[in-house]
Design a protein around this ligand. Structure first.
Ligand SMILES: Cc1cn([C@H]2C[C@H](O)[C@@H](COP(=O)(O)OP(=O)(O)O[C@H]3O[C@@H](C)C(=O)[C@@H](O)[C@H]3O)O2)c(=O)[nH]c1=O
Length: 181
């Protein structure tokens, strides 16, 4: 298992060891001791699974108070996954990081508490799975606007209009967000 830094403190990529053979593959998607050894020593309280058609954009979401740390992966299809640093005291406050997570690259992204998170699905039938360190609290959930020019996220839309929930299309720009002090 490999940890890959992103240039934003606390936010990192995990490449699990994949055992391929003539039946298919095997990987450990969570192993407390092995993940702790690469710096992910967390207690998860909720696992989520969403399925989306191509072109669905979910996010950018965060909870404040009670921010969730999230460990993301994709088991079918692919996404462009994005995390935004909302920790005001961080030297990378407001910076975004994006990468592809797919059924083929098996990559995981650890997004610690204090970030907004979202993704764009690149294929039909994309299954997105994630583990959370805090339970969902709808009353504490906030939406950062996916296309706020202050973020400058280069979503790989190729001219497509994303499919958004009503909630996500009404997100707030960074300047109006309830960030983490
Ligand atoms: C996130 C969530 C939603 N729900 C319900 C609320 C709603 O009726 C329905 C769909 O919710 P949403 O539209 O918020 O689902 P979705 O847009 O997929 O929300 C998710 O987006 C990604 C980007 C994240 O980072 C996640 O933390 C989560 O916020 O599911 C739960 O019951 N538990 C949960 O943990």
């Amino acid at each position: 298992m490999k940890r890959i830094e992103t240039g934003i403190e606390g936010l990192f990529i995990i490449e699990p060891r994949v055992f391929d053979d003539d039946r298919g593959f095997f990987l450990e998607s969570w192993h407390a001791a092995k993940f702790a050894a690469i710096g992910l020593d967390e207690r998860f309280v909720q696992d989520n699974h969403s399925r989306s058609a191509r072109g669905v954009l979910r996010g950018l979401h965060y909870q404040n108070p009670h921010p969730q740390g999230k460990l993301m992966r994709v088991v079918s299809g692919s996404v462009w996954d994005v995390a935004v640093d909302l920790r005001r005291a961080s030297p990378t406050f407001g910076r975004c990081f994006g990468l592809e997570l797919s059924e083929r690259n098996h990559r995981m992204l650890w997004v610690p508490p204090g970030f907004a998170h979202g993704f764009l699905t690149l294929e039909d039938g994309t299954d997105f799975l994630y583990k959370c360190t805090e339970p969902y609290e709808p009353a504490q959930e906030h939406v950062l606007l996916w296309n706020d020019p202050a973020l400058g996220i280069d979503w790989p839309l190729d001219g497509m209009e994303p499919i958004l929930s009503a909630k996500d299309s009404r997100g707030a720009p960074l300047a109006a967000c309830k960030v983490f002090d």
